[in-house]
Design a protein. Sequence first.
Length: 164
Amino acid sequence: MSSAEAKAEPTEDGAKPKSGKRRLILFAVPPLLLASAGGGLWFTGLLPRWLGLAHPAGPRKPAPPVFLDMPDMIANLDTDPTQPRYIKLKARIEVAAGADASAVQRLMPRIVDLFQTYLRELRPRDLQGAAGTYRLREELINRADVAVAPAKIRDVLFVEMIVQ
């Protein structure tokens, strides 16, 4: 008797033995289908909502930005004393929260002092091109953040910048 005939013969109770593929399909495929369906429902946001895990108020809307005008600033740039160069800067500060606006307004003289001190250290070549403007913006944001901590400054917006 060959091995193929032995496998096809019925067992003592009269049933044919089940193959390994059928067992794999019966025991592996349903959990995989359930896991993939659960993952899809979770990432679409339906499952957390059905389970009560979602925030009941829905997504929060960000607070509207608050912009504070800074006084116009004129500063000497670090150049040859025989040929002075100046920068004129008019800027606005974007505050992260409306509650921080009053604190930033109270500390505006400190911010102006830090900005003026930094502007006097600059050379005309430091302000050339978009990269120079970007570096200036980042430095001013960092200095304003330090001055008004724990309030948060989102951005410094240039209204007017003239380098002469």
